[in-house]
Design a protein around this ligand. Structure first.
Ligand code: RIB
Length: 311
């Protein structure tokens, strides 16, 4: 389903250098890998491309380096249907990169070097001010400067979705501007000050709602997601069908991109169904290698009801 509603992603674009090996290496250990790939990634761009593939009307605001990757990445984003008016090439800087290791059980380890992503600043927000103000939904993450995302969230009049990844402690200032805060268990643990798991997820949701955001979603990998809203504090657990994971890299980004798209394309649906469909998209993505390459294009969800329980 296509929608004209504007989905704006302000965030990172990186090139992923990924090795596949039977398991993840221990500190100081050298392993023989089985495969190496180079692909387009970065949490912001992953979320943007996930949304574009699902029929979202997407705009990317980001910084790329003035190297071969920057030019190729901008061209590719245009080809997959992303509006690249605010995709800027930063002189004398390299494009952000991520060094990723993936094990046979699908688990990963990632080290990022932000490069041009660190140069996304308030001037870029100024240049895109009309787009940001009128975006139906704006998505931010934490791979680009925090103050830039904060500035954009203060300006926007639609839904503001923060994926607080990778985890960072000092982000309280932005939380009252978030319509939706979306985090995984480890990110939630840092923000809620408890070691979050399914058994205490209700407490964590409540702690996070008290920081000022309207809705909090904690993704739980193969266990689905839990959420609660300011209006209805009741924690809800949305379950996810189990799949055999091949590569979990970027599954959280698939979830965020899908969530934003379905909030626009399925406005009348209850939130637990929208979250169920976003979990479905994320679980499809883990059955394939890579990030953007693993996101579905012809998603046929919403046919059946997604299962949910009150916690
Ligand atoms: O969430 C997955 C992403 O994290 C990868 O694409 C990598 O670029 C890192 O930013």
């Amino acid at each position: 389903m296509h929608s004209e509603a504007k989905i704006v992603v302000l965030g990172s674009c990186s090139v992923d250098f990924t090795t596949y090996a039977p398991r993840l290496p221990q500190p100081g250990e050298t392993l023989h890998g089985t495969k190496f790939t180079t692909s387009f990634g970065g949490k912001g761009a992953n979320q943007c491309v996930a949304a574009a593939k699902l029929g979202g009307n997407v705009y990317m605001i980001c910084k790329l380096g003035d190297d071969q990757w920057g030019k190729q990445y901008k061209e590719y984003l245009g080809e997959v249907g992303v509006d690249v008016t605010h995709v800027h090439i930063q002189p004398n800087v390299t494009t952000g990169i991520a060094q990723i290791s993936v094990a046979e059980n699908g688990e990963n380890q990632i080290v990022i070097v932000p490069g041009a992503n660190n140069h996304l600043n308030k001037d870029d927000v100024k240049k895109a001010v009309e787009l940001i103000k009128h975006a139906d939904i704006i998505i931010g993450q934490l791979e680009t400067p925090f103050e830039t995302t904060l500035e954009a969230f203060k300006l926007n009049n639609g839904l503001r979705l923060l994926n607080a990844a990778p985890a960072k402690e000092d982000i309280r200032e932005i939380l009252p501007y978030c319509s939706i805060l979306c985090v995984n268990e480890s990110e939630a643990s840092i923000l809620a000050n408890i070691n979050v798991n399914i058994s205490n997820a209700g407490v964590a949701l409540n702690n996070l709602l008290n920081t000022g955001c309207d809705t909090v979603i904690i993704t739980l990998g193969s266990k689905g997601a839990v959420y609660a809203t300011k209006q209805n504090k009741q924690p809800i657990h949305v379950l996810c069908e189990s799949v055999t994971p091949v590569d979990t890299t970027g599954a959280g980004d698939a979830f965020v991109g899908a969530l934003a798209t379905f909030l626009m394309t399925h406005k009348d649906y209850p939130l637990h169904q929208i979250i169920g469909a976003a979990c479905h998209v994320a679980s499809i993505s883990v059955t394939k290698e890579g990030t953007q390459t693993s996101y579905p294009k012809n998603f046929k969800g919403f046919g059946t009801e997604y299962t949910y329980v009150k916690l």
